[in-house]
Design a protein around this ligand. Structure first.
Ligand SMILES: Cc1cc2nc3c(=O)[nH]c(=O)nc-3n(C[C@H](O)[C@H](O)[C@H](O)COP(=O)(O)OP(=O)(O)OC[C@H]3O[C@@H](n4cnc5c(N)ncnc54)[C@H](O)[C@@H]3O)c2cc1C
Length: 250
């Protein structure tokens, strides 16, 4: 089984920076999208178990997005692909078109994407790839077992778990709970340096070009209404009880 894992480099949600005017700062550090880390980990586990023959990690983004591919390689993927695209070239339809072209030309059996990204968050790339390839899509996947030419997948649904069986090829969207992604070891990081990373330009793929424009990204001002009680602990406790009674909360 050949596995393609498309990953996206996103602003680190734990270190978002805004400049003095409250606008998103490009100096915010970048990380691999959280759900994509589950996808990489699952693909590597399938390779380690002998179920997969090759794991390829690809990304579409500015040249700095190569770090996302490198992380996948350091975790254990076999090779990487970076499709260089400028900021304004990227749109879900085009990202999906590039992934579809790679999945089709490379003869992949499984395309393991993240459920959605922590920045764009549209969750449409996986479904679009499946539709373009004409293969099944299984979303919200939290467990995966390989059978004879098929996969048994557990999907998280509102009131429990939904178990589905699907033939290959298939597009699977990874969700939290699928596994516990490893951190790359020093050995893995050293090994990654020798692994091949192919580089291509988005212009070499058939895409439509972006026709969505993004507005300003800014920090919302929070207005917190509250009462601050500044006194000793005993009287503070009394005042809190009075306040709660006034508001009929006790
Ligand atoms: C003007 C403009 C500027 C933009 N600038 C940037 C930018 O600088 N950098 C940027 O990354 N995006 C940028 N985008 C956003 C870009 O459009 C989205 O990355 C794209 O639409 C994917 O949508 P999403 O993030 O909602 O993906 P979702 O559909 O939520 O992603 C689902 C899964 O698809 C896969 N996937 C998604 N995106 C990629 C990718 N790029 N490479 C490989 N796999 C992927 C991952 O497995 C991911 O978990 C820009 C968009 C516009 C319109």
């Amino acid at each position: 089984m050949k596995i393609l894992v498309p990953v996206k480099q996103v602003p680190d949600p734990n270190a978002i920076r805004f400049d003095a005017s409250g606008t998103f700062a490009s100096s915010t550090p970048r990380v691999v999208n959280e759900y994509d880390q589950y996808a990489i980990e699952e693909a590597i586990r399938l390779k380690e178990s002998g179920a997969a023959t090759e794991v390829v990690v690809m990304t579409i983004g500015p040249s700095g997005a190569r770090d996302a591919v490198n992380r996948g390689l350091a975790m254990g993927a076999d090779r990487g692909l970076l499709v260089v695209a400028s900021d304004t070239d990227l749109e879900a339809t085009d990202v999906a078109a590039v992934i579809t072209a790679e999945a089709r030309d490379g003869g992949y059996d499984l395309v393991l994407v993240g459920q959605e990204t922590s920045d764009g968050g549209s969750g449409v790339v996986g479904p679009q790839v499946a539709a373009k390839l004409g293969v099944p899509l299984v979303s919200n996947v939290v467990s995966l077992e390989v059978g004879d030419g098929k996969l048994t997948l557990g999907r998280e649904v509102e009131d429990g778990r939904h178990i589905v069986e699907t033939p290959l090829p298939v597009v699977v969207c990874a969700l939290t709970g699928l596994n516990d992604p490893r951190s790359p070891s020093l050995k893995g990081i050293m090994a990654a340096r020798k692994k091949p990373v192919q580089e291509a330009q988005i212009a070499s793929y058939e895409t439509n070009g972006a026709d969505i424009s993004w507005g300003k990204l800014y920090a919302e001002e929070r207005v917190v209404e509250g009462t601050i009680i500044e006194t000793d602990a005993e009287s503070a406790a009394r005042q809190v009880v009075e306040l709660l009674r006034e508001k009929k909360l006790i």
